[in-house]
Design a binder for this molecule. Structure first.
Ligand SMILES: NC(=O)c1ccc[n+]([C@@H]2O[C@H](COP(=O)([O-])OP(=O)(O)OC[C@H]3O[C@@H](n4cnc5c(N)ncnc54)[C@H](O)[C@@H]3O)[C@@H](O)[C@H]2O)c1
Length: 445
């Protein structure tokens, strides 16, 4: 099939590359000329395991194209995906400017029958707005006699950064919301190669599909905030959250996924989507009590962890040096959007501390954007160099390379053998015997 992706970010690129891999002809469009220039040469601007090889392979085969020419992409595609960003606007709702701009472009250039797919995460009712926006442009061109039909369907994306290619190739489910039977059939056919092993295609109406995405992210964020709240209770009452986690996860109805205590969730999706769901509920007369509490607990968790450091070293951190292991909001990505590391590093440097940071993938993003205003920071090429003469090591992202480090080396390099582990990666008893002062989330030291 002939496909266009409007927006070539995490979602547009992965979706485009995976559809091309299955033999479709895909045109990825973006307004960012630098990004498109790089991608056309096979240079992938984001870190996502497996993505660069897939892009290079399909570029070479000739079924994946990159362009800034949105007109060309629309004129040469039968299924047009809108995969642009939907950031948080000031009032907390999803900012639909990019989505509606893409819809306007479609209305301006579409000259044949097509299916328009909302892939971006958008509030309920957006498909109707996209349709209206396209129709308004078509009316300008054709009056009341538009010589072709189009349909707008919802197909929210559930991929996880860091596992995005694997998630897309073997999805848990593909959700499509459509009101037109023909569109639903075509979408089912498009996804057939990804669901051949067993049926994973879930068909529903457009509004339910739109809400499904928000409900899924809010549920996952709720699990994280729930375990984080329990972690604080555990510490206060003298229990160990690591044991409680296993104790509750063993119940199949609860499960082990997403109940790891830590420094709170971040990333490009959970924070903005949970906030947008709150706004959507309020706009529709519903008081979203759980959704509000989830966000409150998430913010508070960063400060609960920060307070452990301040309790040890005091409020005045002038002259203190901290080694930070991990900047990305989670492992296997260079994405730092809403990463807890940003809050913690800013709070520490605000009090006079100096940071020696290491992350396997996110340091460029930190340096050039997220932490560019932080002066008291040095980025080191490996995790051990970041430890030299530091008062403590602070682990904030659970990269695999941090799981079994050389504790002799850590002890040798640190000024004091102190570790603050924001992801509960190590064995408390083992580190104690090793002579470390070791702080975790959700249990006493
Ligand atoms: N990142 C994720 O893990 C993830 C997962 C599921 C769903 N989503 C959702 O998918 C959507 C896209 O997210 P993302 O992370 O890929 O965003 P992103 O910021 O990485 O990419 C968006 C891209 O769209 C481009 N763009 C903006 N306006 C454009 C226009 N008018 N024409 C062409 N290109 C345009 C931008 O330049 C950018 O490259 C969001 O709604 C997000 O919530 C993201």
């Amino acid at each position: 099939m002939r496909l266009a992706m409007i927006g070539s970010g995490y979602v547009g690129l992965v979706t485009g590359a995976c559809f091309a891999e299955m033999g479709n002809n895909v045109i990825c469009v973006d307004i960012d000329d630098k990004k498109i220039e790089q991608l056309s040469q096979g240079i992938v601007p984001i870190f996502e395991p497996g993505l660069d090889k897939m892009i290079k392979r399909n570029l070479k085969k000739g079924n994946l194209h990159f362009t800034t020419d949105v007109k060309f992409a629309i004129e040469n595609s039968d299924i047009i995906f809108i995969a642009v960003g939907t950031p948080q606007s000031e009032d907390g709702s999803a900012d639909l400017n990019h989505v509606l701009k893409a819809a306007e472009d479609i209305g301006r250039y579409l000259d044949h029958e097509a299916i328009i797919v909302d892939k971006s995460t958008v509030p309920v009712g957006t498909a109707d707005r996209v349709k209206e926006t396209i129709n308004a442009q078509l009316k300008k061109r054709f009056g009341d006699r538009v010589p072709f039909e189009f349909d707008v369907v919802s197909n929210p994306e559930f991929l996880k950064e860091g596992d995005a290619v694997a998630d897309f190739m073997k999805p848990d489910r593909v959700v499509v919301g459509a009101s037109n039977e023909k569109s639903m059939k075509i979408m089912k056919e498009l996804y057939r190669p990804f669901t051949m092993n067993h049926e994973r295609f879930i068909a529903m109406d457009v509004r339910s599909a739109e809400l499904t995405k928000y409900a899924a992210n809010a549920m996952l964020a709720t699990k994280i905030s729930f375990i984080n709240e329990i972690s604080r209770i555990a510490e206060a009452v003298g229990a160990d959250i690591n044991k409680v986690r296993v104790g509750i996860g063993s119940d199949k109805r609860i499960g082990y996924y997403f109940i790891y205590p830590g420094v709170g969730y971040g990333g490009s999706c959970f924070p903005k989507d949970v906030r947008a769901l709150e706004k959507m509920a309020e706009d529709n007369g519903i008081e979203p009590e759980i959704i509000k509490a989830v966000q409150h607990v998430n913010q508070a968790q960063r400060y609960y962890f920060l307070n452990k450091i301040l309790s040890k070293f005091g409020e005045d951190l002038e002259g203190r040096v901290f080694a930070i292991w991990g900047l990305a909001f989670k492992p296997q990505t260079d994405d730092m959007r809403e990463a807890p590391s940003i809050t913690i590093i800013k709070e520490l440097t605000k009090r006079g501390a100096f940071i020696k940071a290491y992350d396997p993938e996110a340091m460029e993003n930190a340096k050039s954007f997220w932490l560019k205003d932080v002066k008291a920071i040095e980025y080191l090429p490996n995790k051990y160099d970041a430890l030299n003469d530091a008062d403590a090591m602070i682990l904030l992202t659970e990269w695999k390379e941090f799981r079994s480090p050389d504790f002799y080396e850590i002890k040798k390099r640190l000024k004091n053998p102190v570790i603050f582990d924001g992801r509960n990666q190590y064995n408390k008893e083992f580190l104690k015997e090793f002579g470390f002062e070791y702080y975790q989330v959700g249990c006493r030291t």
